[in-house]
Design a protein around this ligand. Structure first.
Ligand code: UDP
Length: 506
């Protein structure tokens, strides 16, 4: 046990970020780390593994060069052999099979020792003032306790989601219900009704016992934390921020939308991009395509970084986009059962039919670059929180296609609370790793795609109002992160809190 306390003071604050290895978790934490490192006398280290670093290394190099930020990557080894995850795979999105999900959580629990070594061997220098870590890596709390460093949890969602989960968990209202039963989430400022089957896997009693234990550990872990940072902004969900703080007594800092830290086109184009489409020429092709269409006319469709939608469902989405007769960019990522999708594409003639008005991105899309283009008029999203917030920043209405985890909550926030989106009509969650149980299930037909597109892009008073609201939220998002904005100020409060914590210790 190390008895001494940190030597840092306000002259050499050192924040250590420990993200979960998955794009939807690394990207916002890296953005947040960059924002923090732009503050005076703040050093930031991002701890990750060798295969995860390339996706943000170039961006950090630019940050050091352009803003003289003190920000660095510190590498630890990913415990492949101990967790029986094949060499070459160090992130959730590259797992060869979802059956390895349990192994992945085991790997996360094995990160304690390598992180401790970084501190013990003074590789993290100066001594860390604070550890900011993904909530899915609860072993960091043991490191924090051992070295007496404050720990702050990064939650990849928002306060609406945190409050829903908190209230459902404590009220137990979802227990003993059938999948098709509806519940009203208790204690919320709005009346939010959900189908039991749409709730996150935490409320799904059928899941693997090991994963239930992991989730319980994550929940327990939240208790002793110094606070929580979220990628959200107060103007978006102020009642939920206040209420969550009230019911939990936790400090919550809304610091987002953090993706807006990427201001120039190079940062936007390269975000998260290590192995795919690195080519400037390809990115220019997308920009040229977008430049060629009028303002607000193009649909952007992307179902996240972990895209595991069945080929049949993807095909319906493609055919739905085709029947809209509108221009579109459709991201296929490394689709689940990719070969079947490739076969369909090569046999069906889809690409040839839509070639004058549609682009397919088979791989990593420069999402925030695309979304920031003025010709984008709607975003069909799986409602992962980063994508949802990036869509809100772009000021266009969203078409919501939630699949699992927090995504059905995000749909409610977008459609019902801030009223800038339209449901495409997904009724049931397909929990991460359960794709095989649902086979070829098609929940959304091409007609539903077309209807939803018309509702957000078509003519009419309601449609116009929705677009106006979307634009207003986009403007609020941009203001929040600028100097003097709510998220900018919250980051100042966070730094002050940590300075005061040091002062009281030295
Ligand atoms: N993303 C991207 N290009 C892609 C797919 C995803 O830039 O082709 C980014 C997207 O901008 C977002 C993140 O990856 O920041 C995905 O996070 P989200 O929470 O939306 O969903 P997840 O992939 O974790 O389900």
């Amino acid at each position: 046990m190390v008895s001494s306390t940190p030597q840092a003071c306000n002259k050499n604050l050192h924040f250590v970020f420990i993200p979960l290895m998955a794009p939807g978790h690394i990207l916002p934490m890296v953005d947040m780390a960059k924002l923090l490192a732009r503050r005076n006398n703040v050093k930031v280290s991002i701890v990750t593994t060798p295969l995860n670093a390339p996706q943000f290394k170039a961006s950090l190099d630019r940050e050091v060069h352009q803003n003289s930020s003190q920000i660095q990557i510190v590498l630890i080894k990913f415990p492949n052999s101990e967790s029986r995850i094949p060499q070459g795979c160090e992130s959730l999105d590259t797992l060869p099979s979802m059956d390895l999900k349990v192994n992945f959580f085991l790997a996360l629990s094995l990160l304690r020792k390598p992180i401790e070594d970084l501190i013990e061997q003074n590789i993290l220098d100066p001594f860390p003032s604070c550890l900011i870590y993904d909530k899915n890596i609860p072993c960091v709390s043991e490191v924090a306790t051992k070295f007496n460093v404050p720990r702050i949890i990064f939650d990849g969602t928002n306060c609406f989601n945190l409050l829903c989960n908190h209230n459902l968990y404590h009220s137990k209202v979802s227990e003993n219900l059938c999948d098709d039963d509806y519940i009203v989430v208790p204690g919320l400022p709005h009346r939010i009704e959900m189908k039991r089957s749409q709730l996150p896997a935490l409320f799904n009693p059928g899941t693997n016992q090991h994963l239930i234990d992991v989730r319980e550990k994550i929940r327990e872990n939240e208790k002793g934390a110094y606070g929580v940072v979220v990628n959200s902004f107060e103007e978006l969900e102020s009642e939920y921020v206040r209420e969550y703080q009230r019911v939990t007594g936790s400090k919550v800092w809304c610091l987002g939308p953090v993706s807006l830290t990427n201001k120039d086109d190079v940062d936007k184009a390269q975000r998260g991009n290590n192995k795919f489409n690195h080519d400037d020429e390809i990115v220019n092709k997308y920009v040229k395509f977008l430049d060629s269409w009028p303002k607000g006319s193009v649909i952007y469709a992307c179902l996240g970084s972990l895209n595991r939608v069945s080929p049949k469902q993807l095909i319906e989405i493609g055919l739905g986009l085709e029947v809209t007769k509108r221009p579109f960019i459709w991201v296929l990522r490394g689709a689940y059962r990719k070969d079947e999708m490739e076969k369909w594409l090569s046999e069906n003639g889809f690409e040839e039919r839509v070639k004058d008005r549609g682009i397919l991105i088979k791989g990593w899309a420069p999402q925030i670059l695309i979304l920031s283009h003025s010709s984008i008029g709607a975003f069909l999203t799986h409602c992962g929180w980063n994508s949802t917030l990036e869509g809100i920043c772009s000021g266009v209405p969203l078409i919501t296609f939630p699949m699992f985890a927090d995504q059905f909550y995000n749909e409610k926030l977008v459609v019902q609370v801030i009223e800038i989106g339209v449901r495409i009509g997904v009724e049931n969650a397909v929990h991460f790793g359960d794709e095989h149980r649902f086979g070829d299930g098609v929940q959304v037909t091409r007609e539903k795609v077309m209807d939803a597109v018309e509702k957000v892009m078509g003519e009419g008073e309601e449609e116009e109002k929705r677009r106006e609201r979307a634009k207003e939220y986009g403007d609020l998002a941009k203001k929040a992160i600028e100097e003097g904005g709510s998220s900018y100020n919250n980051l100042s409060f966070l730094v002050e809190n940590i300075i005061n914590n040091h002062v009281s210790k030295v």
